[in-house]
Design a protein around this ligand. Sequence first.
Ligand SMILES: [Zn+2]
Length: 88
Amino acid sequence: MGPLDGNAMAGVMHDLFARDMTTMGYECTNWGRTGVVAEMAAYLSGPGTVARCRDCDTILLMFTERHGMYCIDMPGIAQPVPPSATQH
Ligand SMILES: [Zn+2]
């Protein structure tokens, strides 16, 4: 099964951050690709949720849930930009 797009994580991210996070901007630590969460390649079939960079497969985001507690890692994101701070 191929990856979904980042919109597939909208529900769990909304639960965690209490807002729509699909428009959160990021910069990949590897090649510097910038984009938004909705563009990430999301893998929901494993024991946790993993979102990878579409250019270089770097793991950008990981969510794991254990006994109702979520653990969030953003190992591949250099510059998370919360939606409220995004200006266009
Ligand atoms: Zn990348």
